[in-house]
Structures are given as C-alpha cells and as structure tokens.
Write a protein that binds this ligand. Structure first.
Ligand code: UD1
Length: 318
C-alpha cells in the first residue's frame, strides 16, 4: 500500500513511517518542518516539504495514496492559549483540508485526536461516549478536527477513524521548546542536573502512552473495518502523577532530581486516564509497553543522543 503521513517528520509521525516501512508499505510524508526534523525520516520515505494549507502541494501528496495518517499538528495546550488563531489554522483548518483532499483521492483517514477533548471530568476512566468538554483552544481545535472527520464520513463517505491519543511520550520527542511534553523536558533536565518545574502540586495524573504502541495502534486502525467516523481512545489505560513520574526518573538516573513548584497552567486538566475497551474490541489493540519500560527507553535515547553529539545539537534535536 502507499500511505501518506502528514507531519511524518515529527515525533509520532516518524514512528508511524518506520512501522509502515517495516510492514512493507510505501510511505510519503508532507511536513513543513516547522517542528519536525528531516533526519527523523528513513531514506525510503518520499518527503514533500510543504504546509498543509498549500492546496496544490496537498493534492500532489495525496495522489494515488490508499490511506492517510494525519499527524501534522501544533500539539501544545499553553501555545494554543497564547496563539489561538495559529492553533486553529494548524489543527482545525489543516484537518479539514486533509479530509477534503482525502475525499478527492478516495483515501481512508486515521486522524490523531486528543484526550484533551474530554476536559476536566470527575469520571475516570474517560470513555468515548462521554460528552466533549474542551478546556483550551488546542482541545477545541482537536475536537473540531474529529467532528469534521465524523461529518466527512457521514456527508461525503470518507472512511475516517479518530484515535484520541493520551499523552504520548518516547524517543525523538522534542525537549528543547517551552511547549515540549513534560516527560521529554524532565528527562533532559534530569540528565543535565537541571531543576524540574512542576505546574501545580504534581498530583495531576496522565495516561502516559509509549509512542511505539501508538504507531502500532495507527496501523491497526488503518487496517480495521471500523464504523464510519469511529472515535477510539488509544492509550495504556493507566495513570501516573507527575510526582510518580519524577520518582521513577530518579530511580533511573540514580540521583535526586531537584523540583520547584509553580502555579497550575491555564487550560490544564487534573486527571486523565483512558477506557481502553473500545480499542481492544474494534482494533484488537492493547498497549505492550509498561510505563517503567517506556520511560527507561526514552531516557536512554536522550542519554545516547547526548553522548553522540555535542550539547548544542542534542538540545536542538531532542
Ligand atoms: C495535552 C493532552 C494530550 C495532548 C497534549 C498536546 C490532556 C489530558 N492531554 O497534554 O493528549 O497530546 O496536550 O500538547 O489534555 N507540566 C509541568 N511542567 C512542565 C511541563 C508540563 O508540570 O515543565 C505539567 C502540565 O501542567 C500538565 C502535565 O505536566 O499538568 C502534562 O503536560 P504536557 O506534557 O504539556 O501535556 P498535557 O497538556 O497534559
């Protein structure tokens, strides 16, 4: 099969590309390299460097593909609070364009949704039938994307599946931006002996999901015969607080990690944990990597990246 991965040079996208190639598929990527890195891509991948809103480039990227893994996004709650228009353009408008281009090409779309759609619910775990309660512009944009995916399935017959990701982490996640995911940041800080800044009391919890499992779940979703417009959580089904995560990191690095506590972040959710039954039922998906194993592999990756390059290039790569 020939698959298109939007945002394929990024963290999750590049893992999907690798998994597709290993399964014997052909892979094309469209990526503007705004946060993705061309070096993340195996040489067998055909890279089109362009913005998703460049319709001509998107049409070229879509030509002849069997399916699209739509990963291109601006994935940050705090960045969306600072720049809601930029978030909307990248996350909502970009998704609509991908869906419409896929309609023309007759391609199936597996869309990277987000657990942020649920907002700050009391009820845990969060299951797919619960109401939507986005708390940030990022969450609203990701919800808009999944609503467009459902509507395009219903109105235009586009085959779509939304996978709601829950705090994905692992090797190649960037650690060098103020908007980087918390595990990437804390791994780098722990290795460099830097302070880890915790927003709030550190008791907030997340269903941290290892990226290899997420890539595998994407392939299953592409291959599965799901109801049109299906929405499915993709996660391990557990939750760990930031303090749990810091304790585990301390064990792995073998020295205490200095922490400071600051105000809770605007738009933040307190607890997040996925119901995973629907993914098991519709996709046959079950996460294979324990949190401890995933964290160890991730930390090792940052450590090796630091060993293989000088400090400056590691910080810009990671
Ligand atoms: C949210 C979504 C997630 C999505 C991600 C994209 C939820 C529950 N999760 O992640 O599905 O993929 O957006 O960005 O909505 N923190 C610190 N110190 C730091 C950085 C973060 O304490 O230096 C805290 C945050 O305040 C938050 C937690 O760590 O409570 C996780 O933050 P982050 O990794 O940015 O992801 P979410 O915003 O939870």
């Amino acid at each position: 099969m020939l698959y298109l991965v939007t945002g394929g040079a990024g963290f999750i996208g590049s893992w999907i590309c690798e998994t597709l190639l290993a399964a014997g598929h052909f892979v094309r990527v469209i990526d503007d390299l705004s946060s993705g890195v061309a070096d993340n891509l195996p040489s067998a991948v055909d890279l089109i460097e362009a913005d998703l809103l460049d319709q001509g480039a998107l049409e070229r990227a879509m030509a002849g593909v069997d399916g699209v893994f739509h990963q291109a996004a601006r994935p940050s709650v705090p960045r969306s609070v600072e720049d809601p228009r930029g978030s909307h353009r990248a996350n909502a408008t970009g998704t609509l364009e991908v869906l419409l281009a896929a309609r023309e090409a007759g391609a199936k779309v597996v869309y990277a949704g987000s657990s942020s759609a649920y907002g700050d619910t009391q009820e845990l775990p969060k299951h797919e039938d619960m109401g939507l309660a986005p708390q940030s512009p990022y969450a609203a944009d990701k919800v808009a994307g999944e609503l467009y995916a459902r509507v395009c399935a219903r109105v235009y017959g586009v085959r779509t599946v939304t996978l709601r990701y829950f705090n994905v982490f692992g090797p190649r996640q960037r650690a060098d931006s103020p908007y980087s995911g918390v595990i990437a940041k804390f791994c780098m800080n722990a290795l460099n002996g830097d302070l880890c800044t915790v927003h709030g009391d550190g008791e907030q919890s997340r269903d941290f999901t290892f990226v290899r499992d997420v890539a595998h779940g994407n392939l299953l979703a592409m291959e599965a015969d799901c109801p049109p417009g299906a929405v499915i959580n993709l996660a391990g089904g557990n939750r760990y607080s930031l303090l749990d995560m810091l304790d585990e990191l301390e064990r792995l690095v073998g020295h205490p990690i200095e922490r400071s506590f600051t105000a809770t972040r605007a738009g933040d959710v307190k607890h997040s944990q996925a119901a995973v039954e629907k993914a098991a039922e519709l996709l046959g998906f079950r996460a294979q990597t324990s949190f401890a194993d995933g964290l160890r592999e991730t930390l090792d990756w940052y450590r090796n990246a630091a060993g293989n390059a000088d400090e400056t290039s590691v910080r810009s790569q990671a």
